[in-house]
Design a protein around this ligand. Structure first.
Ligand code: GLN
Length: 234
């Protein structure tokens, strides 16, 4: 079965091209019933409030939540990570809906706006162990979120040093508050069938995250954290 890529807004074409590079067919998902024909789903980066408005308009939230709960592999990149978080904070959005399922709090635009976008060499031992290649991954952060806290079932795959963003003055109070003593924040996690990255692997030629995602199997246990009532913005 093909991999679905939510195609409401954002970098869905780039994900489909990245999948093609590893010989996998990606199909655009715009309607709830299209989810029945895919074995896994990528929620791309873009602009999460716009994407949420479009998802609401197309009545996609119930089907997306069901897909996550069924244990099928789902990967959120950047805005997709925000969609999958149980809680998002960092900007008033007027109660925008989230899909949820990923037991974490995410901070939108943690590193700043478009002009504070940056690239960083991220050590990702799990990726190197599974996919081979270099021990680190060149990650592209665009108006990127960061993960502030995670629940006990969440595996942290990568963190970035706040200094990597080279914008240490930006939002320094928030960043200092959130940063532990080592000044790093979490930017890639896995929880059962859910993978989430704050950066954009589809914009680089290193296909290892896409290959890694393709190896994820459906989980048999239903995720209980995903529910419409528990997902919200502060
Ligand atoms: N911070 C953006 C948002 O809130 C996401 C940025 C991205 O996906 N590149 O939607």
């Amino acid at each position: 079965m093909a991999v679905g890529v939510l195609a409401l807004q954002g970098s869905f074409n780039e994900h489909i091209a990245a999948l093609r590079r590893i010989g996998v067919k990606g199909v655009e998902i715009r309607k709830a019933e299209q989810l029945e024909n895919v074995s896994s789903l990528i929620i791309p980066g873009g602009e999460s409030t716009t994407m949420a408005k479009l998802a609401e308009l197309h009545n996609l939230f119930p089907a997306l939540r069901e897909f996550v709960k069924m244990g099928k592999p789902v990967w959120g990149t950047c805005a997709g990570l925000i969609f999958l978080a149980n809680k998002a904070t960092g900007q008033k959005t007027g109660g925008q809906e989230l899909v949820g399922g990923l037991d974490c709090t995410v901070h939108r635009n943690f590193f700043g706006s478009q002009i504070q976008s940056f690239e960083a060499e991220l050590p990702v031992p799990e990726l190197a162990a599974t996919e081979g290649g270099p021990p680190s991954f060149r990650a592209v952060f665009i108006r990127a979120p960061a993960i502030l806290d995670v629940g006990p079932d969440v595996e942290v795959l990568a963190s970035v040093s706040i200094q990597s963003s080279k914008n240490v003055d930006f939002n320094s109070t928030l960043q200092e508050e959130s940063a532990e003593s080592d000044s790093k924040v979490i930017v890639a996690v896995k929880q059962g069938n859910i993978l989430a990255t704050a950066f954009h692997p589809e914009l680089t030629i290193d296909s290892r995250w896409h290959s890694y995602f393709m190896k994820m199997s459906p989980t048999s246990n239903e995720i209980t954290a995903a529910s419409s009532s528990s997902n919200y913005y502060d």
